[in-house]
Design a protein around this ligand. Structure first.
Ligand SMILES: *Cc1c(COP(=O)(O)O)cnc(C)c1O
Length: 379
């Protein structure tokens, strides 16, 4: 018998109502039936981004496609961009910019640390001709949350845009498009949205349209001007991922009915319980002060082949947690707690960590982490 529990930082677990919505009979997309569903989803997405004036565009792609759309639409040939790079996903902005021949200035941030907004300020002062600052809300490779609100203050009032990769963060970690003054932000379906992979949502503030109108970087599918024209007729430029959009209607309804502040607070509580459980096992957190609601990254104790333990656990029990990526492989593991997650999921995730440690020969008192989690959650 196989039962699956995903504690990975994407994809995440999906509520049964959302699975059922996705399994609805196929409809044609050039119909009023689809237009109504799509208009409703596009409107409700604004709530998740916390915007009234912005517009949200839905691409049939993973999150990275939405990132590419941000680059290809806000910049022009010969432009300069600033990228905050503190992990695999910050680095992805730099790679996409590089692909488009954009002159890229990187702010290198140590893995596991958040960027200092003062450094962003200094970089903008030095690079007066930069057009966009690309940042990450939740750096999923390390568990770090960058202080987007503070960075936005630094960027505001100057002649450049702020782009935010909120792919694992939005809908999990507080994020306020309008109040903070973000110009363009992207998220994906398979993290906090409790959806399968396959949709990218790009939210564009009115402040970004001047640059988008002028942008001459090459693009065909990723064209926000075409998407805007289509959205004004309640549709997409090309065939949408109809089933996923029907599923999104359901998942966003679930988010709306809980209320976004309560969604953030639930995640904060679960993140806190996870970290307390980890500490009770004598393990050390990786992104300590800079960690947020999305996932918990933990240093792998010496002598334990944790990655082998992760694989064995997954194969034998269906419970999946994640290892580190790239240079953090074998050094950290990551427990995702985003989306369709409640308190007993955390009990289960921590008991899974205990099992891996125990079987990996690390001295652990079974139940000690779980007991700490229970203490926090009943309290
Ligand atoms: C998951 C993730 C991505 C990549 O998204 P894909 O859907 O795999 O393309 C980018 N940035 C962040 C912060 C992520 O968490």
């Amino acid at each position: 018998m196989k039962k699956t529990y995903l504690f990975t930082p994407g994809p995440t677990q999906i509520p049964p109502e959302v699975v059922l919505a996705e399994a609805s009979p196929m409809i044609h997309h050039r119909t009023s039936e689809f237009s109504d569903i799509f208009a409703n989803v596009s409107e409700n997405l604004k709530y998740v981004f916390q915007t009234k004036d912005g517009e949200v565009f839905t691409f049939a792609s993973s999150g990275t496609g939405g990132m590419e759309a941000c680059v290809a639409n806000t910049l022009s040939r010969g432009d300069k961009a600033i990228v905050v790079s503190g992990g695999k996903f910050g680095e992805r902005w730099a790679q996409i910019c590089g692909t488009y021949g954009v002159n890229t200035v990187k702010i290198e941030v140590e893995n596991g640390k958040a960027v200092d907004p003062a450094v962003v300020n200094d970089t903008i002062e030095k690079e007066q001709d930069a057009k966009v600052v690309f940042t990450t809300l939740s750096e999923t490779s390390t568990g770090v949350i960058h202080n987007i609100e503070a960075i936005a203050k630094v960027v505001k009032g100057r002649n450049l845009l702020l782009a935010v990769d909120g792919i694992s963060g939005i809908g999990v970690q507080p994020f306020k498009m309008d109040d903070w003054g973000i110009d363009i932000a992207v998220t994906g379906s398979q993290k906090g949205f409790m959806l399968p992979p396959g949709l990218a949502f790009v939210c564009v503030a009115q402040s970004a349209w001047d640059s988008i109108e002028k942008s001459d970087l090459p693009k065909y599918y990723w064209n926000l001007k075409k998407m805007r024209k289509a959205l004004s007729s309640k549709t997409t430029a090309y065939t949408p991922a109809i089933s996923l959009i029907m599923a999104a209607g359901k998942s966003i309804e679930i988010i709306r009915s809980e209320g976004i502040e309560k969604v953030w607070a639930r995640h904060a509580k679960l993140a806190h319980a996870t970290r307390e459980g980890i500490k009770a096992l004598g393990l050390e957190l990786f992104a300590n002060d800079a960690a947020g609601n999305v996932l918990t990254s933990v240093k792998i104790p010496k002598g334990v082949n944790f990655d082998a333990g992760i694989k064995k656990l997954r194969d034998e029990t269906g419970v999946t947690i994640a290892g580190g990526q790239d240079e953090l492989k074998g050094k950290i593991f990551r427990v995702g707690h985003m989306g369709y997650v409640n308190e007993f999921d955390i009990v289960l995730a921590i008991s899974a960590v205990e099992k891996i440690l125990h079987e990996g020969g690390y001295k652990v008192e079974l139940g000690k982490g779980v007991s700490r989690v229970q203490e926090i959650l009943v309290g």
